[in-house]
Write a protein that binds this ligand. Structure first.
Ligand code: IPE
Ligand code: IPE
Ligand code: MG
Length: 255
């Protein structure tokens, strides 16, 4: 019965610049159909494609996708291996599509943990998309926020020790420069699929003022229309950043 797309209702001037997504529910989606969990991951790739395309069409500048957490290394070996193979295969296949759509690929996470063939495929994809100026697609791979923060503290300590950094000059901007997201603005909207109401070690620092959107939809069922629904919900919210509602409304009418 869905005849008109929600796309038409989106205010193009207020599309979030950076959307971050916890792509959850692949395993349950598969198991609900009596299939192996990897079958769910395989179908999750189609959603990635659809959401990347939908985001690029809307003019989103940054899309960060949580694809594999540090904690996910503790899953059964055959699931981890299957996921790594799927990753390499998908990246190899998608590079021409990324280029066609002017999309640049980035990765955040502890890449040294990845098998060599995955590291190589990623390096190739960075190099081949480095000139693109449209959507920045950031894959969080072998990523966890606590790993990132510990890593930042280590690097800051080293720079203090070698006199490149004065502790008195450390500001929020300094800390931000030591994070793996230093090149990206903070996400304005964070979406988690599949009905779990938690952050699971994702961008703890960067999500300080993000609007959070949770949906029951499992990741393999999450497509452009679902993204539009999340953006429309985001556009209905008042982002106060600690101020009062009155101040926000004044600010809008005064300029
Ligand atoms: C998300 O789906 C993908 C990864 C974490 C790699 P899950 O695999 O967590 O699916 P559920 O949560 O078990 O259903
Ligand atoms: C978070 O999902 C990580 C990714 C989506 C890659 P999980 O399924 O691993 O998170 P928990 O275990 O439910 O918190
Ligand atoms: Mg999960």
């Amino acid at each position: 019965m869905q005849s008109m797309s929600l796309r038409a209702l989106i205010d193009n001037e207020r599309v979030p610049k950076h959307i971050a997504i916890i792509m959850d529910g692949n395993g349950r989606w598969a198991q609900e159909q009596g299939q192996d969990r990897l079958f769910g991951h395989f179908h999750g790739v189609a959603s990635v494609r659809d959401i990347v395309e939908g985001s690029a069409e809307l003019g989103v500048k940054y899309l960060t996708l949580y694809a594999f957490s540090t904690e996910n290394w503790d899953r059964p070996a055959q699931e981890v291996t299957g996921l790594m193979e799927l990753l390499v295969e998908t990246i190899r296949k998608e590079v021409p599509v990324l280029n066609k759509n002017n999309i640049r690929l980035h990765v955040i996470g502890e890449l040294s943990m990845l098998p060599d063939h995955a590291k190589n495929a990623l390096q190739e994809a960075f190099d081949m998309t480095a000139q693109n100026t449209g959507l920045n697609l950031v894959l969080a791979l072998s990523y966890s926020s606590r790993w990132e923060l510990v890593n930042a503290v280590k690097k800051i300590a080293e720079d203090v020790k070698s006199n490149q950094l004065d502790p008195n000059n450390i500001t929020q901007d300094t800390l931000q420069q030591y994070l793996s997201t230093s090149e990206f603005p903070d996400p304005e909207l964070m979406i988690r699929t599949s009905g779990e109401y938690r952050i699971s070690n994702f961008l703890l620092y960067q999500l300080a003022y993000a609007e959070l959107y949770f949906t029951q939809t499992r990741w393999p069922d999450f497509k452009k229309e679902n993204l539009y629904e999340a953006i429309l919900d985001f556009q209905k919210r008042e982002r106060r950043f600690g101020k009062t509602s009155g101040q926000i409304l004044d600010g809008l009418t005064n300029n």
